[in-house]
Write a protein that binds this ligand. Structure first.
Ligand code: MLT
Length: 266
């Protein structure tokens, strides 16, 4: 399905029982809503579920660049309006978590639970800023392929890379569908995003911090720190998973997310 949002088209899917509480899943970078394929059947049995492609990624248009983290957060709120839903639980993986945190800061009344999956609340440290600059240069000079091949080994746990080539292949295929402009835009939005750490102690809704044991990009210490900072939070570390924990350990990820959402259900 398509939504006309702020000068472009966002592609989304909405399913699950009508009238059930809504759960919105926000994918990471440079992925698409296809990231959530392994979560949809389980979630849709009990919840209405909204997934979409962030602007400039997957099938969604970019609109007029630059689009900053603020724009991605506004898109999420506008998409809720488009589908006629006032409130949702939101679970964001990595960049999806940055989007969710900013949207929640802007409109806390629209969210009944928060899943922070393999993500962080603070802004980019300096080393990460330099990494983003190198990423933009690589994308512009050599295109999406070399960028993806440089990033892929950091995204998955060593055992996933070694023993589960099909998982790495599926992720690589999804990443290769990204367009250069959309990927550059997302890097600029991430490098310029604000620090959302001060939001965590103010959260009145239940929070689940989910993280892969071997997440090299947003390691478990960050998830534990976020769970300590939010009053109604818990942290679950998924054994054997890396940064894309929902893809690497779908059954364990779904069990943790579903258990959390059932308990938080409005
Ligand atoms: C992601 O998975 O969304 C990215 O790795 C996030 C980031 O680079 O900060």
């Amino acid at each position: 399905m398509r939504a006309r949002i702020r000068g472009t088209i966002l592609h989304y899917e909405l399913g699950g029982p009508k009238g059930a509480p809504l759960v919105t899943l926000v994918h990471g970078f440079p992925f698409s809503r296809a990231l959530w394929k392994g979560q949809l059947p389980a979630l849709k049995r009990r919840f209405r579920v909204l997934t979409y492609d962030l602007r400039g990624l997957g099938s969604s248009g970019l609109g007029e660049a630059p689009q900053l983290m603020e724009s991605y957060a506004e898109d999420l709120l506008s998409l809720l309006d488009w589908v006629g839903e006032r409130r949702t639980a939101v679970a964001g993986l990595s960049m999806g978590g940055y989007v969710a945190l900013r949207a929640l800061q802007k409109a806390p009344e629209r969210f009944w639970a928060l899943g922070l999956c393999d993500t962080r609340a603070d802004a980019d440290p300096d080393a990460a800023k330099l990494g983003r600059a190198a990423g933009v240069a690589l994308l512009r000079k050599r295109g999406v392929g070399p960028f993806v091949d440089g990033m892929l080994p950091k995204l998955l746990a060593p055992q996933t890379l070694k023993r589960r080539p099909a998982v790495a292949k599926a992720l690589r295929t999804m990443m290769l569908r990204s367009r250069e402009d959309g990927a550059v835009n997302a890097l600029v939005a991430m490098v310029s995003r604000m620090d959302s750490s001060s939001l965590l102690p103010q959260l009145r809704i239940p929070v689940l911090c989910l993280v892969g044991q071997h997440d090299a990009i947003t390691p478990p210490a960050l998830a534990r720190g976020m769970a300590r900072a939010a009053p109604k939070a818990k942290c679950v570390v998924l054994k054997g998973a890396g940064h894309v924990s929902n893809l690497e350990r779908p059954a364990e990820f779904n069990r943790a997310l579903m258990g959390f959402l059932e308990k938080a259900r409005p």
